[in-house]
Each structure stands twice: as structure tokens, then as C-alpha cells.
Design a binder for this molecule. Sequence first.
Ligand code: NDP
Ligand code: MG
Length: 376
Amino acid sequence: MSSKIRIAVLGATGSIGKSSLDIISRDTEKFEVVLLASRSNSDTLDELSKQYPNAVCVSAQKDGKKKLLSSIAESKPDITINGISGAAGLEPSIAAINAGSNLALANKETIVMAGKYVLQLAKEKNTNIIPVDSEHSAIFHLLKRENIVHEFSRNEHEKNKISEIILTASGGPFRNYSLEKLRNVTVQDALCHPTWNMGQKITIDSASMANKGLEIIEACLFFNMLPEKIKVAIHPQSIVHSMIRLCNGVIYAQMSKPDMRHPIHDAIYWPLTAPSSLEPVDFDNLTLEFSKPDTEKFPMLRLAREAAKNGALFPCAYNAANEIAVAAFMENKIGFLDIPRITESVLQEDFSGDCMNLETILNADAKARLIGLSLF
Ligand code: NDP
Ligand code: MG
């Protein structure tokens, strides 16, 4: 039996997947890739299967979801990196936790759809969920250094120690656009992100600021914080990944170059702080700017706060409505400003219900999609 750390990479052919394999390949003495999964049976997956002959390769489309979920258990990973995009990432996250694997979680939808459920499950299975989303990774590691973990935040003393979480946002390509100009933006315009190089869905979400909306919800659920304690600051350089303000007024920030390999590195070595050969921030010629987000121009921020306040299955509905709207926008079926319009209408429906029950969660996701589709 090898003593290497066994890693499953879900969404191996995507942006997070590729960055993960880059980090893993820098330390083959320590890590062993045991499972690679993607949606399609693409040339990229074929190529990866040659590079990692000992890893099981699964395509959800060709082999089916059931096979994907069973391979997670069968490959016995110590760490599962979930870089699947969208709601499709939820059940694989649950399968990883059920298999007793730690979860390095880039798939924010897992937390947005079912945060309370998966955090409780992880507690029962004695596994850890380590965020990879750069903002939440920053907060997670800052809180760890302050000896505050999200479980502890249920303790009143520890909870009061953090007065605010400040999520940074690049502001996306349309930061300086007028509302009028936003009306006519194209898919190509929305796909030009100024600082991060990511998959298409999250890039569109960054342009509409739905990504920050999802991240407000993710932060509330992951760190057990009220939505009003989660602030957003526009920071176009994407060097400060997030900040925490403690009760003494002092702010701690985490900085690195905008490169997802940093939070992936931190997640797979966690709880160690391991040396890395990634390029450091150069302070010799650096300007950092911060400003307030415009919620009039970017209503997805407001809608996310409302969903977070309503709780229950509203966050799940927010995600589902946005997902189908983004897919339609990418197919040129609707305009850019229809994304918040559709999401807002979906959220007017009733999404109260049990957020600790997987079936109700999946039903809410399906219901929101159906309502959303009727609004095109
Ligand atoms: P990509 O679109 O680049 O990659 C998505 C990956 O998921 C691909 O490997 C794709 O396979 C796979 N996939 C999609 N659907 C399924 C499915 N049903 N079953 C199995 N695999 C599937 O996305 P990103 O890497 O950009 O994002 C992944 C996740 O990470 C998202 O949740 C995103 O929000 C989050 N994230 C990403 C960041 C980034 O910098 N990219 C930053 C922070 C968070 P195939 O190639 O075959 O389609
Ligand atoms: Mg992020």
C-alpha cells in the first residue's frame, strides 16, 4: 500500500482541474492521482489517462453519473478536488464526503445549494471541507490563523471576534459600463475577464456579479455568518483575495497573484503551510484600489443577499435560476440583463422548505429551473 496522498480530481479537464494537476505534478513524491473525472469523453481526458496511467478515468456523459459517484468511493481518495462546474458538482461532493475523503472545494454551488447539509454531513463523517474559491480560501486560512474555524463560530465569544468578512471582487469587464451599455453586451464581451482566466460559466457570472452573489451566500453558509456581516469591495487588481475585520477594528487581508494554483496548493497541503514555487507578489510597482459595488447596475448582488436572508431553499433557487439564464444567454436566446430579471422572478416563488434534506434540495433546484425556463 503506497503511503502517498491519494487525490481525486473532478472536473479534471477544466480550468480548476488543470491548475490542480499542475500543483500535484510538482510534488509526485507526496501525491498520487487516483481518479480523473470530466463530463465529456474528450481528447483532453484521453490525454490525461495516458499521463496518469494508474488513475481511473470517468466521463459522466459516457459512463453515467452513477459510475462517477461509485468511482469516487471505489478510488478511496484522501482528498477530492471538486472542480466540476455548476449544480452537477453537488452529488460528487456528497459522494466524496460519504467516502470519508477531505474535500478541496472549488465547486461553490455545493455550498450555495446545500451548505448546511454538506457541512453537517462532513462533521458526521469526520472529514474536512477546505474551500478553494479564492475568497473563501483566504477567509478560511485567515480564520485558522486567528484560531477561529467555522464550527467554532457557533461559540458566541468566537463569533463576536469577527465583526465583518470583506469579499473582494474584480468587478469584471463591465465594472465601468453604464446600465444602458450593459443592455447590449454580447457573450464575447462578457467572456473577457480582466484578471482571472476561468471556465465560461464563472466568467459570465463575474461579468454580471452573480459570482460575487454566489460567494456572499457561500460565505454566509460556510462561515456561519449573517449576510449583513459580509461586505463586498471592488478591487480591480485581484491581489487581495479577501479580508476579515476583527472586533478590535483591525483588518487582516490575504494577498497573492490572481492564480488559482495558490488556493489549490493551500487546500491540498492543509493543515500544513507548505513551500510553493509560484510567483510571489512584487510590491515594487503595485497599486491597490478599492471601491463600492454598484448594486443598481448589478442586481445579482442584491438578489443574492435577499436569498441568503430568506435562507431555506432560496439560495439553491438563486443558483438554479442563474444557471439556466446564463446557459440561455450563452446561446444568444436572452440578453445580459435578462439574467437578473429571470432570477428575480424565480425568487418571488416559494422556496421555503427543508434545506437539510437532499431530495428537497434537488427538487427546489428542478423547480427553479422549470419556472426560469418559462420566463424566456
Ligand atoms: P470549467 O468549465 O473550466 O471546467 C468544468 C469541469 O467540470 C470540466 O472538466 C467539465 O468536463 C466538468 N464537468 C462539467 N459538468 C460535469 C458533470 N456533469 N460531471 C462531471 N464533470 C463535469 O470550469 P472552472 O474550472 O472554471 O470551474 C469549476 C468550478 O470551480 C465552478 O464551480 C467554479 O465556480 C469554481 N471556481 C472556478 C474558478 C476558476 O478560476 N476557474 C475560481 C473559483 C471557483 P468537460 O471538460 O468534459 O466539459
Ligand atoms: Mg471566487
